[in-house]
Design a protein around this ligand. Structure first.
Ligand code: OVM
Length: 394
């Protein structure tokens, strides 16, 4: 075997504190490298990550998109009917979800989402100092998203530990995973209860999924599992996306100045933060045969880890990849994935990002980090646990 072997641990605290030297080593090692600690392969160059995302026939999702191989180990939870399926089943459920999250449905949310963003920024401007993670990046999605799904008000914060569990479960069964799933039972029971038709108000995405079951497009049981996908993927991801954008704007004041000068750049400022910080860092695929990556053959049933975050900073693809540049032409970044599994909720995430950053651009003269940022550790998600911040009113 000519595939270079690396002894790195991409699921360790040291790695999460500073993944970039390891990203560079993985990219420079070749199109594919072997992760000896995990008996899995790694792909970190943009070209090959993009090609893998496009090739569901050779790189399957059905055996899980984490390290665990569903053909050998019992899945940690009932597999997702979107994320953890291949065509044709995937395409049937995805079609239903594309209908539910249609451009018209998302457009209808805009006014409410905008009002919530303006109100929140006004409130934060009244405070000397706040935490940009808890009080902003978490607070905003935790209000607007469950409203859009049609969830009741109680216990919405359970969505955060649930997301933390699921996104940790894609890595090894390490201490991050074990800590996340301690006391999981009440959270899992709550999520399951929220997925039921009776729990969801008529105007939301949840009810729309259950109506697809009335129409016979999915079964009643499938509808509940599809609602669960929204509850899993809809909050932690946007929390870390908005958190990334705030962290970028605070560290690149020239870019915040440009955003203030032209608030219509808000959507682009969010998109560039998703490229640079890549809130979803990695996903695995499983090879379906003796597939080749950059001329190297891997054999059947092998796990391959795609480094979305490394692809999004690959100097072979991007000029000054580590710079946050809100007018960069960043189309083609893989922060929302690519191909048949490309993020279903990206339209909603972009709406939330645009509206929060737009409110910030119109209402604030300066955004500053006013204390020590603390990183959040998760096997899949990159983001902060705490980011003390001050805003100055415009
Ligand atoms: C799902 C799901 C879970 C986690 C992530 C995700 C990024 C989807 O349950 O379908 O997409």
């Amino acid at each position: 075997m000519t595939v270079p072997s690396l002894d790195v641990d991409p699921f360790s605290r040291e790695f999460f504190d500073d993944p970039f030297p390891v990203h560079a080593a993985l990219r420079d090692a070749g199109p594919v490298a072997y992760l000896s600690r995990y008996d899995a392969f790694a792909v970190a160059r943009y070209e090959h990550v993009q090609a893998m995302l496009a090739d569901w026939q050779n790189f399957s999702s059905q055996r899980g998109v984490g390290l665990s191989d569903f053909a050998k180990e019992k899945p940690w939870r009932l597999p997702s009917l979107l994320l953890e399926k291949d065509p044709p089943l995937h395409d049937r459920t995805r079609r239903v979800m594309d209908g539910v999250m249609s451009p018209a449905a998302v457009r209808a949310l805009r006014a409410d989402f905008a009002r919530a963003a303006d109100t929140l920024i006004d409130e934060l401007l009244q405070r000397q100092r706040f935490d940009a993670v808890c009080d902003l990046a978490e607070a905003y999605p935790l209000t607007v998203f469950p409203d859009a799904v049609g969830m009741p008000r109680e216990n919405r914060r359970f969505l955060l530990p649930y997301g933390n569990m699921v996104f940790n479960s894609f890595g090894p069964r390490n201490d991050f995973f074990k800590a996340a799933v301690q006391d999981a039972a009440p959270v899992l029971a709550w999520v399951q209860a929220q997925s039921k038709r009776e729990a969801l108000s008529p105007g939301g995405f949840g009810a729309a999924i259950h109506r697809a079951a009335d129409a016979g497009d999915v079964t009643r049981d499938e509808a509940e599992i599809l609602v669960r996908s929204l509850l899993t993927a809809g909050v932690d991801t946007t929390v870390n996306g908005i958190g990334a954008a705030l962290y970028c704007l605070a560290r690149f004041p020239e870019q915040f100045r440009r955003l203030r000068a032209d608030p219509s750049l808000a959507r682009a400022a969010f998109e560039e933060a998703v490229r640079l910080e890549s809130p979803v860092q990695t996903f695995f695929r499983t090879t379906t045969g003796n597939v080749a990556i950059g001329g190297e053959h891997l054999g059947e049933g092998r796990k391959v880890l795609m480094f979305l975050g490394a692809a999004n900073r690959d100097p072979r693809r991007w000029e000054n990849p580590d710079e946050y540049d809100i007018t960069r032409r960043n189309a083609g970044h893989v922060g929302f994935g690519h191909g048949i599994h490309a993020c279903l909720g990206a339209v909603l995430a972009r709406l939330e990002g645009e509206l929060i950053l737009g409110a910030l651009a119109r209402k604030c003269a300066a955004i500053e980090i006013s204390g020590e940022p603390k990183r959040r550790y998760n096997n899949t998600l990159r983001g902060m646990a705490s980011l003390p911040m001050t805003l100055r009113a415009a």
